[in-house]
Design a protein around this ligand. Structure first.
Ligand code: OAD
Length: 234
């Protein structure tokens, strides 16, 4: 079975109704990133940070996977697929993808603020109780925090993502500005000569290898074109 890795970013979930981070109206325009997505921001004002992710969780529960997520999942019928996502939403899983690496954490999960990387203290919140507040404690007695990789923190699953890139037959990138490392660096682990497809309606500022085929569409339309045109004989 041919092996495909798909790297996704915020653009993957735009057609589901979730905002991107950068660009006009992006999340970081309304919420300063250093306040809500760094350990320093959490130390300075933990309630504000908990509230920000509580809102994101409630928002996530009100949206559904889009056609793009479903087409990504459908590739598993023919190929050995690993999705490596920078998204903290669970829309790939809800669309049926079975192998998803969440580089930047998962919105529906919470963890210890003393040992954020210790999986023993990670808990999944139920849709019926999707918020946490100050005083809610992890099993190690510390304040619960969102299970999100903030800027300045390690990205423990990057190694798994790099391993998934070995021996791939195609690499697909959907809806990421390729601004944030180490995730963006995954591109450079694609073995030489492997076809690389980029689905994004806009220009991507990153310097891309010359063999990248840029499909200038949104995630759903772009996935349809990719499957019908480029993967037709693959
Ligand atoms: P960005 O907001 O930086 O980029 C989103 C990309 O999606 C842009 O290139 C858009 O052109 C594209 N896009 C917009 N609409 C689209 C559509 N309908 N279909 C496909 N693509 C579309 O988001 P990311 O690259 O995901 O990290 O950002 C990376 C990381 O930065 C995030 O995981 C987050 C953020 O800070 C953390 O919170 C740690």
């Amino acid at each position: 079975m041919k092996k495909i890795v798909i790297l996704t970013g915020a653009g993957m979930s735009v057609e589901s109704g979730l905002a991107t981070f950068r660009g006009g109206g992006g999340l970081w325009d309304n919420y300063p990133v250093e306040q809500v997505a760094t350990p320093e921001g959490f130390a300075a004002n933990p309630s504000l940070v908990l509230e920000f992710y509580n809102k994101r969780r409630v928002e996530l529960l009100g949206v559904a996977p889009n056609e793009g997520h479903r087409l990504v999942a459908s590739l598993e019928e023919k190929y050995d697929v690993t999705v490596v996502t920078q998204n903290v939403d669970d829309l790939h899983e809800r669309a049926g993808s079975t192998s998803v690496i969440h580089l930047h954490g998962e919105l529906m999960k919470v963890c210890s603020s003393r040992n954020p990387g210790d999986l023993r203290y990670v808990r999944t919140l139920q849709p019926s109780a999707p918020t946490i507040k100050m005083g809610d404690l992890a099993a190690d007695g510390s304040q619960l925090r969102p299970f999100i990789v903030w800027f300045g923190e390690a990205v423990p699953l990057m190694e798994d993502a790099v391993v998934a890139m070995r021996d791939i037959d195609a690499f697909i990138i959907i809806g990421t500005s390729l601004n944030v490392y180490p995730a963006a660096g995954l591109l450079h682990y694609a073995p030489a000569g492997v076809p690389i497809y980029l689905i994004d309606p806009n220009d991507v500022a990153a310097v891309l290898p010359s063999n990248v085929v840029h499909i200038r569409n949104g995630a759903s339309e772009g996935m349809r074109r990719l499957i019908d045109t480029y993967l037709a004989d693959f």
